[in-house]
Design a binder for this molecule. Structure first.
Ligand code: COA
Length: 415
């Protein structure tokens, strides 16, 4: 048995944030029924197309292990079928623009009437407040949640990050909310509303930056490059380039080959506990006992110069050699791995983190498998469904509709 076997999810999600959530639940064994508009489907099916006529990688990589049913939830016949689906499912997940489901007539009050055990989970851009009506995409959330303001080089413009912390990050938060509500339902017997705002999700992931905002009152943030460069702090947490966000200073340093390879870099952390090992590796044994270098406090004003010296050493090694030398000495370093290197990484294939999937329209492609490994519930990645691939199966199996009833619904344009 899979962990979530027997849980039926009515998946009204589209684009990225909602689909990442329901994909996780599907990997853990839930039966995820993705409802899509007849003839149209999730807009991402036809976005960023690389194989003409086939579902895009954008869609396939976010919708594994689901079943697809087409249903026009705005038509009367479609609403009747949708009502039956609400009756028979445990969880409904949606990330439409604010008010879209209400406009279809399916308010939270109505959903509770139809099925009091229903867990109704939503992603929206913002929570209640001045922006609650806004449509929101990833980068808007990164900007509104504090990530862009605190990402980028010192003195340069705000930057968005490549990690989809607004979409996939909020999907992860929502998945936790859903399984928590499912657990509570085992003793309360009731469903509940689960809401995640993308702004809140991003801010949660930027927690350490709100920590630093408050620390500013106590003086300059000494671990930030600003301090060793003698720059003034303003009244908000600044952008800090590649400075470490924690108490152990770190930077990205160039490695051998960086002149031609844009990813020939390593992250290097000068963890206090292994300072002596660092001194040996970079051939600065005199720094071990020198009071100007021996303690973290003494090093803070000269971090720029110290990292410059360490970089003179890293430039003589490849990023993997830096890893091989530093790792046994407990010096925390990390090579900057490109997407190409990750796609080709054998160990990630072995753990199922990178998976090759076959698809009838596009052939084999790579995807990221389930990043959460459960010993009793391995996540087998199955290809995403074609649009409406399971419509008849779901109407018959889940709702007990006869062939005649299904044909009638199709004639009416409801499915
Ligand atoms: N049958 C009939 N109509 C359907 C349908 C179905 N099966 N599925 C969707 N629709 C309708 C909706 O009801 C809505 O109609 P309405 O505008 O008349 O109410 C319409 O399709 C489009 O929905 P909407 O959510 O407005 O899509 P959009 O493409 O304009 O906006 C987002 C996309 C992502 C900006 C928006 O959905 C949003 O802000 N979502 C919340 C935040 C979020 O998740 N953002 C991240 C996405 S990765």
């Amino acid at each position: 048995m899979k962990a979530l076997e027997g849980v039926k999810i009515l998946d009204m999600t589209h684009v990225q944030s909602g689909p990442t959530c329901t994909q996780l639940l599907a990997w853990f064994g839930a039966d995820v029924i993705k409802v899509e508009r007849p003839g149209v489907g999730d807009a991402t099916r036809k976005q960023l197309v690389d194989v003409p006529g086939a579902d895009s990688l954008y869609f396939t990589m976010l919708n594994h292990n689901k079943r697809s049913v087409t249903l026009n939830t705005k038509s009367d016949e479609g609403k009747a079928i949708f009502t039956k689906l609400i009756e028979s499912c445990d969880v409904m997940v949606e990330n439409f623009a604010p008010g879209a489901l209400d406009r279809m007539g399916f308010t939270w009050e109505r959903i509770q009437e139809i099925n009091p055990r229903m867990i109704y989970a939503s992603v929206k851009g913002f929570g209640p407040g001045p922006y609650s009506d806004c449509k929101v995409y990833e980068n808007v959330a990164q900007c509104a949640g504090g990530s862009a303001s605190t990402t980028g080089h010192i003195g340069d413009i705000p930057m968005v990050t490549g990690a989809q912390i607004g979409d996939s990050g909020t999907g992860l938060h929502l998945a936790l909310g859903i399984v928590t509500a499912l657990f509570q339902r085992t003793h309360s017997g009731r469903g509940q509303r689960v809401e995640c705002a993308m702004q809140d999700g991003v801010l949660n992931l930027c927690r350490v930056k709100l920590r630093d905002q408050q620390r500013l009152k106590a003086g300059p943030l000494k671990e930030y490059s600003h301090f060793s460069k003698g720059l003034e702090f303003g009244d908000a947490t600044p952008r800090a380039g590649n400075d470490s966000g924690g108490g152990q200073p770190g930077r990205i340093l160039a490695c051998k080959g960086h002149e031609t390879d844009p990813d020939a870099y390593t992250y290097f952390i000068t963890q206090a506990a292994v300072w002596k090992n660092i001194c040996d590796v970079i051939d600065k044994p005199e720094w071990k006992e020198d009071p100007e270098y021996a303690t973290p406090e003494a090093r803070l004003p000269k971090l720029d110069a110290i990292f410059g010296t360490i970089e003179e050493w890293t430039k003589t090694k490849t990023k993997f050699e830096v890893m091989e030398i530093c790792n046994p000495l407990n010096i925390p370093v990390g090579p900057i791995l490109s997407m190409k290197e990750l796609a080709e990484d054998q160990s990630l294939r072995e753990t199922g983190t990178i998976v090759e999937v076959d698809h009838p329209e596009r052939g084999a492609y790579l995807t990221v498998g389930c990043p959460i490994k459960l010993s009793d519930c391995p996540a087998d990645v199955k290809r995403s469904p074609l649009l409406g691939e399971h419509t008849d199966e779901i109407l018959a199996q889940v709702l007990g509709m006869s062939e005649e009833e299904i044909a009638k619904a199709r004639e009416a344009g409801a499915v």
